[in-house]
Design a protein around this ligand. Structure first.
Ligand SMILES: NC(=O)c1ccc[n+]([C@@H]2O[C@H](COP(=O)([O-])OP(=O)(O)OC[C@H]3O[C@@H](n4cnc5c(N)ncnc54)[C@H](OP(=O)(O)O)[C@@H]3O)[C@@H](O)[C@H]2O)c1
Length: 329
């Protein structure tokens, strides 16, 4: 089968090779899918560079979230051959989604209808992360204000739309006028262009000095520091990721003195029943048209290095998707 593999560490055009690889056999609890589409994420870029904590041993296929048809099931799986599912890949087995066939976790696989391939590929990780963060960990209530950092990105855009459905006032941050306009289209009430405005000062002004109750932070670094200085008394600062290249550096003296909490967010740590309940609620919101997957572009399978290069450029709004081999982009 055709597979993109990381064969050396570096930028995608040097790290990746398109090879003919054996079809993988699913382990217990895993599915094999014929891939229709795979969404791109920053971890794929970091795995090419070898800087991601979960980078498998080379050669391996990256690609964390995908949609496809089940072609084989390991022991103890609920999904059945022939089903069309969206799923989180088992890329740590070295058989991620940028291939003709890939392995995925049965406990993180759900029916893909009525989503298109491009939308289904980019649904699970952004929305389950936003769900665990906003609903489960922060318990956002109607009328609270939520600051979403990196709001034009994959999980940031999902957090903007999900926070709106919870009745929150959403303040988004993004870099540059195009991303600011995109965040407004997603439904953010206010958008701060951090390239020309100071996040801390702008949030204080927008909230009459009281700060935001909840921060959703997939960026880390300076953005985390700015947000920790405009969080409300008893606020919850959700640490999601480190798109900036470094995690937020939580200061225990600061959070103690200002009575706020720093809260970790990791959907993979929840069991099948939790994920299934979250998925049912998310699909209901999707069917009602309250959330969607903003697909930035779909690239043909042969163009993975170019697609990851585009992700690295920082220009992307929403999710980039790679079509499966032989699928129409
Ligand atoms: N905890 C979890 O389970 C979980 C789940 C999903 C994602 N994540 C993590 O969350 C982070 C974001 O993921 P994502 O899929 O939302 O990424 P993404 O789609 O690339 O979006 C990241 C956003 O961060 C901003 N950013 C700031 N500095 C950046 C930099 N130096 N390089 C790139 N982007 C930068 C960009 O917006 P501006 O240009 O507007 O600054 C960009 O839109 C990653 O670290 C990922 O691993 C964690």
């Amino acid at each position: 089968m055709k597979a993109w593999q990381v064969v050396e560490h570096g930028e995608p055009r040097d790290a990746l090779a398109l090879v003919d690889a054996p079809v993988p056999e699913p382990e217990p609890g895993m599915l094999r899918l014929r891939v229709a589409a795979t969404a791109l994420g920053l971890p794929d870029l970091f795995m090419c560079r070898g800087t991601y904590a979960l980078t498998p041993q080379r050669p391996f296929s990256p690609g964390q979230e995908l949609v496809g048809t089940v072609t084989a099931v390991g022991e103890g799986c609920e999904a059945r051959p022939g089903q069309r599912v969206m799923a989180v890949s088992a890329f740590t087995t070295r058989h991620g989604g940028f291939a003709e066939e890939a392995l995925a976790f049965d406990h993180f696989a759900f029916p893909a209808d009525p989503l298109s391939d491009a939308e289904a590929a980019g649904f699970l990780i952004p929305y389950h992360t936003a769900w665990v963060g906003l609903v489960r960990r922060a318990r956002v209530e109607k009328g609270e204000s939520v600051l979403v950092l990196g709001a034009a990105g994959g999980t940031g855009s999902a957090a903007v739309m999900l926070a709106r459905t919870l009745g929150a006032r959403v303040i988004a941050t993004a870099g540059g006028p195009e991303k600011v306009a995109f965040c407004r289209e997603l439904g953010a009430d206010d958008v701060i262009d951090y390239r020309s405005e100071d996040i801390t000062a702008a949030v204080r002004e927008l909230t009459g000095g009281s700060g935001v109750e909840v921060v959703y932070d997939p960026v880390g670094g300076d953005a985390y520091r700015a947000a920790s200085r405009c969080i409300a008394h008893e606020g919850r600062l959700l640490t999601v990721g480190f798109a900036s290249g470094s995690w937020g550096d939580a200061s225990v003296p600061h959070l103690t003195a200002h009575n706020y909490s720093v809260v970790g967010v990791f959907p993979s740590g929840y069991d099948r029943a939790f994920k299934a309940a979250a998925q049912a609620e998310l699909m209901e919101l999707y069917r009602r048209g309250e959330i969607r997957v903003p697909v930035g572009a779909v690239f043909p399978f042969e163009q993975l290095p170019e697609a990851l290069g585009e992700l690295a450029s920082g220009r992307v709004k929403g999710k980039l998707v790679l079509a499966g081999p032989g699928q129409v982009a």
